[in-house]
Design a protein around this ligand. Structure first.
Ligand SMILES: [Zn+2]
Length: 303
């Protein structure tokens, strides 16, 4: 088993090396070469108006503790096999299963962290990665002085309240872009969600990525199982007062956050139970734990 893993790792690193060489030796693709890649591999810009993305209500609550950084995991996929549904922005990294992109004002570290996060969440679901890539999914990080609607993928929403969402937006079919904020991804001190600085802080990027995973990457059967489990949890009187009960989509996003230690450690506004990490989820709601664990297949700490 170990030998097989080592061989896979070797093959994987060889592919990564080839990929990096092809991109000029950097995981961050310079805008010039990016445009070349995009121009040759991206289908025409989507013309039909995509459905509205799933907004996340702002959550104001103080929160603590240091957060370990996720370890970098690079999933290699040839550029020519994966084209986004729309042209990428000026900065792009391919660290993880999908492109992560932003305007030049965003530190590249934010793109790398967001890419790594998704890579960890999906490390046992190459099938989901394949589906997301086939849909042209991507992750976009908006900068400190930007709003979600400054990302080209959401620019049609300008003037609506959606643009005020401080944490980001999840992707849906037709608009398979996840929006994450630089402040949250990099745990900056003024992140309104207090990630890494407050006990009730949370990783909202993981929440938005979970929306995209559910709506774009999972199978119909898995989506049905999530909806059934949401209805059952309501009937069982679990998670009362928690944002998780908003609807099945938010249930999955919140339970994904909880599974990955990305929710508040303490009872907080819209997070009434202070349940965080897979063990606590299993103890409080074993049926939901089984569902979420069956989807992701291995716990990780993404707080
Ligand atoms: Zn949400």
């Amino acid at each position: 088993m170990r030998l097989r893993q080592s061989l896979l790792l070797m093959i994987s690193s060889m592919v990564v090396t080839l990929l990096l060489v092809a991109c000029g030796g950097e995981q961050t693709v310079p805008a010039s070469s990016l445009r070349t890649v995009v121009a040759t591999s991206v289908p025409p810009t989507a013309t039909s108006a995509p459905p509205a993305a799933t907004p996340v209500p702002p959550i104001e609550t103080p929160r603590p503790t240091a957060t370990p950084e996720p370890s970098a995991t690079t999933t290699a996929t040839p550029f020519e096999d994966y084209a986004t549904y729309r042209p990428l922005m000026d900065e792009v990294v391919f660290l993880g299963p999908l492109y992560t992109t932003s305007a030049t004002e965003v530190p590249v570290a934010a793109l790398e962290h967001a890419g790594t996060m998704l890579s960890i969440m999906l490390r046992h679901r190459p099938d989901v990665v394949e589906t997301l890539q086939a849909a042209g999914a991507l992750t976009a990080v908006f900068g400190r002085s930007q709003s979600v609607c400054d990302l080209p993928y959401f620019s049609d929403l300008k003037g609506t309240r959606t643009c005020q969402e401080p944490g980001g937006l999840g992707g849906v079919p037709g608009r398979p872009a996840t929006a994450c904020s630089e402040k949250n991804v990099l745990k900056q001190p003024d992140d309104p969600f207090g990630r890494g600085t407050r006990t009730d802080g949370e990783n909202v990027c993981a929440h938005e990525l979970a929306h995209t995973i559910m709506n774009v990457g999972l199978t119909d059967e898995e989506r049905l199982a999530i909806r059934k489990r949401y209805e059952a949890a309501l009937q069982e009187g679990l998670w009362m007062g928690d944002f998780a009960l908003e609807n099945a989509d938010e249930f999955f996003a919140e339970m994904s956050q909880t599974y990955f230690c990305a929710n508040p450690e303490v009872s907080a506004f819209l997070h009434t139970h202070g349940i965080n990490c897979a063990e606590e989820l299993q103890a409080y709601d074993p049926s939901t734990f089984s569902l979420i664990d069956g989807i992701y297949r291995e716990f990780a700490d993404l707080r």
